[in-house]
Design a protein around this ligand. Structure first.
Ligand SMILES: Cc1cc2nc3c(=O)[nH]c(=O)nc-3n(C[C@H](O)[C@H](O)[C@H](O)COP(=O)(O)OP(=O)(O)OC[C@H]3O[C@@H](n4cnc5c(N)ncnc54)[C@H](O)[C@@H]3O)c2cc1C
Length: 464
């Protein structure tokens, strides 16, 4: 970038909030995926107006801008593929309005997800979407990726809680999309299009989210299985029995052992798989639901059904699941984490398919994930310096996505497309589907300057 352009950024954001030294560029060149590209400048806004000024500058000077929350994305969304400016949102983290009467909270988009609950709890409320990254991801990043979490089965995902937002459009206009009312059909569902937009259509600066009452009681249990198939079948059986647990998390033997090596969370090293299950609600109904869960899992190759007797026991059970990704990351130098998703009824086919693919390509895999949502995270444990292993992994991943599509599932349940899954999106959506996305992108961002090169290529940009 030219000196005059850096000076203009400094004029908008101040010198301390504008970085351009090499070592700073390295720090903002990657997220939690595998791609690394250094930007030319990094800026930290504190107001919506500054972001509007940035986008007017970017359009005038034809400079790409990539929004970034905390860079915990797993698909390369905040990596500045075409260099330019990285716009870091994590200093915009004020609570703008907490409205318990309407069960709403309005926050700046850079707020950390977990920072909502202590405020909501003051009025007996909570914010249900809780990605594994809840302690560091931002609300803007969650909305841009439509993040899921451990409670998705009963409570849904981010899209189910987004009511209204303030957005800076790529050419600098500021718009309010959505409404705080329970119902709102004035115009298209524009706030909806921003959910899962991966920072490509505009920059969210404020988001209004709905909250729910904290359930009176929780029952937690660990179901320990002798076979992967038993655990996968138990998931469908529980739902078919009319129970909707708030959490139903799956971990296979490789994941269990990685966790135990990483941190003792009391998981059984010799189990083929476990399901971490929670029911919640009014006390008697949560207890009755857990009894139904137990009856169903006992029909499916179970070895033990251990109920948490205290909140300490419950926290220990959940601690293992929360560190699953970090634990797997410590097994080999690198990991390739996927989030192919199928309908719950097809979970046994998916688990079998993943195991067969890993065997076929002689790869080490750990499988964990939100089984209640049919959303597994098959995680290939690899050494990226080993070219032969990486070639086999590439083939395995392509087969995995094909399997998900063949089972009427999706190549991404919650991590988005970004750069990592871009080559596979057309298989999922078809040519006409991709053209529709391209046309929408062109309407919002005619010069393709906001997070360019993500999710799909624009017709004029086939080189990316
Ligand atoms: C250990 C770990 C566990 C995880 N567990 C889960 C999980 O359980 N469920 C899940 O869904 N994900 C999970 N993730 C993935 C990740 O945390 C989520 O995708 C999260 O929503 C990203 O938030 P972020 O603030 O880090 O966004 P970033 O990674 O910085 O950005 C993600 C995307 O959002 C865009 N963006 C960010 N802020 C804005 C904004 N204000 N306006 C417009 N666009 C914006 C960026 O351009 C980018 O495309 C996990 C990641 C890790 C490392």
């Amino acid at each position: 970038m030219k000196k005059s352009q850096i000076e203009e950024l400094q004029a908008i954001f101040g010198t301390t909030n504008t970085l351009f030294e090499k070592e700073d560029m390295i720090a903002y060149s990657y997220d939690a995926s595998h791609v690394e590209i250094e930007p030319e400048a990094v800026v930290f806004p504190s107001t919506t107006e500054q972001i509007s000024q940035l986008m007017r500058f970017a359009y005038r000077e034809h400079i790409p801008v990539t929004p970034r929350g905390q860079g915990s994305g797993l698909s390369g969304g905040s990596v500045p593929l075409k260099k330019g400016v990285v716009l870091v949102m994590d200093r915009m983290k004020r609570i703008i309005d907490f409205d318990p009467a309407n069960r709403l909270i309005t926050v700046e988009a850079g707020l950390t997800t977990a920072d909502i609950d202590p405020i909501a709890a003051q009025a007996g409320l909570f914010y249900p979407p809780d990605p594994g990254s809840v302690g560091f991801s931002t609300i803007g990043g969650n909305v841009a990726e439509n993040a899921g979490g451990l409670r998705g089965l009963k409570y849904g995902v981010t899209k189910d809680y987004v009511k209204m937002m303030k957005v800076v459009l790529p050419q600098g206009d500021i718009v309010i999309l959505g409404n705080k009312c329970v119902k709102h059909v004035a115009g298209f569902n524009m706030e909806g299009i921003f959910v899962g937009s991966e920072g490509m259509l505009g920059i969210m600066t404020e988001v209004t989210l709905s909250l729910l009452p904290i359930p009176e009681h929780r029952e937690s249990a660990l179901a320990i299985f002798n076979s992967l198939d038993g655990a996968a079948k138990a998931v469908s059986a529980i739902i078919a029995a009319g129970v909707t647990p708030s959490t139903m998390e799956f971990m296979d033997n490789a994941t269990i052992n990685a966790i135990q090596n990483f941190k003792d969370c009391g998981l059984p090293r010799d189990a083929e798989a476990v399901l971490l299950i929670e029911t919640d609600g009014e006390k008697n109904s949560a207890i009755a639901e857990m009894a139904k869960v137990e009856a169903e899992v006992r029909k499916n190759d179970i070895r033990e059904f251990a109920r948490a007797k205290s909140s300490e026991e419950r926290d220990k059970m959940f601690a293992g699941r929360r560190v699953a990704l970090n634990a797997l990351a410590s097994v080999r130098p690198n990991l390739i984490l996927e989030d192919a998703t199928v309908m719950r009824s097809k979970l046994p086919d998916m688990v079998r398919g993943i195991t067969d693919i890993a065997k076929k390509y002689q790869l080490q895999v750990g499988i964990f994930g939100h089984a209640g949502d049919g959303n597994l995270h098959p995680t290939f444990l690899v050494d990226m310096r080993d070219k032969d292993e990486m070639a086999r992994t590439e083939k395995a991943v392509a087969e995995l996505f094909q399997l998900a599509i063949d089972l009427d599932g999706t190549i991404s349940g919650e991590h988005g497309i970004g750069l990592e899954k871009k080559p596979f999106l057309e298989k999922q959506l078809g040519g006409a589907g991709i053209r529709l996305l391209q046309n929408i992108k062109k309407t919002f961002d005619p010069e393709n300057l906001l997070n360019p090169g993500k999710m799909f290529d624009m017709p004029e940009d086939r080189t990316v």
